[in-house]
Design a protein around this ligand. Structure first.
Ligand code: IVH
Length: 701
């Protein structure tokens, strides 16, 4: 065979010809390998072809599009969902040697083992990729699923089929049903080459190898995945019809025998010290591995002991990840900006001279709150150490004081909201401690909070305006049609005003009928139960329960408003009255007073009350068969929603509780009821069905 020309000596025409030939060859080999399971060349020869093809594409990026077009199939809509037969859990983290010793101590204590009884752990690198579950039935690869939320992942079978290191057929003696789990990852060199190609083609760059691996795997078109060099390490399992081994270490050896790559740096350790030593050894080798790892995973070796240890919430008690310290970099702090969140929290954000930290360009970092800025004595113009660990928001660790220049200036945290100008305050909690967070009191009129608050105002348990879901609220807000809750009630009038050229019915997605229905839905809420109205205002700390307490106590909105507007002074009689309501404490009383004392809110309330008439709570019945009883609903209800059942019970004078205790009088159980039912049986509490309940309250069919 003729020795191929160096790529930089190819003319564009030659490049094009060779590229097309290679692309065709690679596609043909892919087909034989992936779909027919009958490769006709060695992996090494195949890799050489691919590398040459990729190199030509780097040098002649215009050729790249041609191939993808040629081999690309129509992408499917989205990935199908896969229920994991055995959940895919995550790991708890530890960061220092002491915590490793604590972990070993905890395991020993749980198992009732003395400090000297033999106990082995495996230690292996924690690969920074994405985990995947591979299912084999009678040795045939049948399905691959991503982790997803741990219980349900995405079906990436077609994509995983293109990964060379994942066998299509298992070797050796394997269980009938065999789910092998491990990490899909990308090597540094492949990541760099991929990003080069992306850049040459004008496509988006990947921030790090993990993102590149995830982006490559989650391609709707598996042909694209096939062009991305992904690798796999097996380290765990899901469903197994029979267990091929009795220890973690042997399980991994079994995976190797089945044909999977396993990490060569997996060792057995017999003490915390041996584990820590292995961690240090791996840490020292980290830069030379050629792929990203973010720590070392320790697992109890004996599977019978793993079973005894079990799980706490979503992590195994028998394993832990010993993470490497977060990655850091130094840069200049240019400025501090304030972001206003949904609940009015003012969060300082550091604006940084862009810097690469752990492979990602960082130009913003959180400063948490004003105390943090003071504690770290962070000044604008300072040189700061930025840290990022995994997916968390980058943080400022400290100031490099030696580099502080004379013109670095201290930052004055604003006492007014930058979005609306209202006063921003730090609340005092029950323990008398000042909240670290400063919040805008602008409530309904603060634009930063406005959209989220309008969504809340319209939501099901608040005003319950049909046709004003989150999307519609965002639409109206963007268009400037609804900036505050009161605007909702003038929407129709403004829409129908003569001369209005922006009629709603002419917008895409709004027909004549839907506009009419929307206006009708809005009108239907002009009369609203007082408690719902109070809840809809989104006053801090006033959820549904406190809204009800306030409604019951005051009886009318005017009464609440009159008192609350005078409650600004913590020593006032008005404040004492709110404070005195059963279930309402200092924090809530202060939040209520703050809300009603803010001038902007007062104006908005005037506008709202011109459109809406809050109605006093329905009288609570005292003569119903369930009055004064404590009821617990559990399991699925079929004729009522939970909220309806609760509201109905409360109207009838019953108290609805969330859990069964000695104080419970009655448990209403639907299908699927579990522990609450058992508890009721144990305590001898009466249990009835939903139908019985409806009968009892006189609503039965
Ligand atoms: S064991 C039940 N071993 O880390 C425990 N996980 O933080 C199953 N990971 O979701 C996980 N390398 O994606 C295990 N050698 C290793 C690992 C590893 C990377 C990932 C995996 C998991 C995450 C948990």
């Amino acid at each position: 065979m003729k020795k191929p020309l160096p790529i930089d000596q190819l003319t564009p025409l030659e490049a094009r010809a060779e590229h097309d030939r290679l692309a065709e060859d690679v596609a043909a080999h892919d087909l034989r390998y992936h779909q027919q399971d009958a490769p006709i060349i060695s992996d090494a020869d195949y890799d050489a072809l691919r590398r040459r093809l990729e190199a030509i594409e780097v040098a002649f990026p215009e050729l790249r599009a041609l191939v993808t077009q040629k081999v690309g199939a129509a992408p499917s809509e989205k990935f199908a969902k896969v229920q994991h037969a055995v959940p895919m859990l995550s790991l708890g983290n530890v960061f220092d040697d002491g915590e490793v010793e604590d972990f070993v101590g905890r395991v020993r204590r749980f198992l009732g083992l003395s400090a000297t009884a033999p106990l082995a752990f495996t230690a292996e690198p924690k690969i920074d990729g994405l985990s995947c579950s591979l299912r084999y039935v009678r040795g045939e690869f049948v399905q691959a699923a991503t982790r997803g939320d741990g219980f349900e992942g995405e079906d990436v079978t077609a994509n995983v089929r293109t990964i060379h290191e994942v066998p299509h057929r298992l070797s050796g003696r394997f269980p009938d049903v065999c789910e092998v789990r491990g990490e899909i990852y990308m090597r540094h060199a492949d990541f760099a080459a991929l990003n080069e190609r992306q850049a040459a083609a004008g496509d988006k760059l990947f921030a790090n190898p993990r993102n590149a691996a995830a982006g490559s795997l989650r391609q709707l078109d598996a042909k694209i995945t096939a062009q991305r060099p992904l690798h796999f390490f097996a380290y765990a399992w899901g469903e197994m019809s029979t267990m091929p081994a009795e220890t973690q270490f042997e399980m991994v050896q079994a995976f190797k025998a089945f044909g999977f790559p396993v990490n060569p740096r997996t060792v057995l350790c017999r003490s915390a010290q041996e584990m820590i030593d292995h961690y240090r050894a791996i840490e020292a080798e980290r830069a030379k591995l050629g792929y990203d790892i973010d720590g070392v995973v320790y697992k109890v070796d004996d599977l019978a002991l793993q079973a005894r240890l079990g799980f706490v919430s979503r992590s195994p008690r028998w394993a832990v990840a010993h993470k490497f310290p977060a990655e850091q970099a130094t840069t200049a702090l240019r400025d501090i900006e304030i972001q206003v969140g949904r609940t009015g929290a003012l969060t300082p954000v550091a604006k940084l001279e862009p810097v690469t930290v752990g492979g990602v360009v960082v130009s913003n970092a959180t400063l948490h709150n004003e105390d943090e800025i003071a504690r770290k004595d962070i000044r604008i113009g300072d040189t700061v150490v930025v840290q990022r660990a995994g997916d968390v928001i980058p943080q400022i660790v400290r100031v490099v004081e030696e580099k502080r220049s004379a013109d670095a200036r201290a930052y004055q945290f604003p006492h007014h909201c930058p979005a609306c100008g209202s006063v921003a305050v730090r609340e005092i909690d029950e323990k008398g401690e000042v909240d670290a967070v400063r919040r805008c009191t602008g409530g309904l009129i603060c634009p930063a909070q406005a959209v989220e608050r309008i969504k809340h105002f319209c939501s099901r348990n608040a005003m319950d305006i049909e046709g004003l879901g989150d999307k519609q609220v965002e639409f109206f807000f963007e268009k400037g049609m609804v900036k505050t809750p009161s605007d909702i009630f003038t929407l129709q009038q403004r829409d129908e005003a003569p001369g209005n050229l922006q009629r709603l019915r002419n917008f895409e997605g709004f027909g004549e009928t839907s506009v009419r229905n929307l206006f009708a839905a809005i009108d239907a809420r002009r009369i609203i139960p007082l408690n719902r109205f109070i809840f809809a205002l989104g006053i801090r700390h006033v959820g549904e329960t406190n809204a009800k307490r306030l409604a019951r106590h005051f009886g009318s909105f005017e009464a609440l408003r009159r008192v609350a507007a005078q409650a600004g002074d913590a020593q006032s009689e008005a404040r004492a009255e709110i404070n005195g309501i059963s279930g309402i404490g200092d924090v809530v009383a202060e939040a209520v007073a703050d809300f009603f004392c803010e001038a902007h809110n007062e104006r908005e309330l005037d506008l709202l009350l011109a459109a809406v008439e809050p109605q006093a709570l329905e009288e609570v019945k005292t003569d119903s068969p369930v009055a004064g009883k404590t009821v617990v609903f559990t399991g699925a209800l079929e004729r009522l929603t939970r909220d309806e059942a609760k509201a109905q019970a409360e109207r009838l004078g019953a108290k609805v509780a969330g859990s069964v205790s000695k104080k419970t009088d009655l448990v209403v159980a639907g299908p699927g009821a579990g522990s609450k039912l058992a508890k009721a049986a144990e305590l001898g509490i009466e249990v009835i069905s939903e139908d019985d309940w409806l009968q009892r309250i006189g609503e039965g069919a």
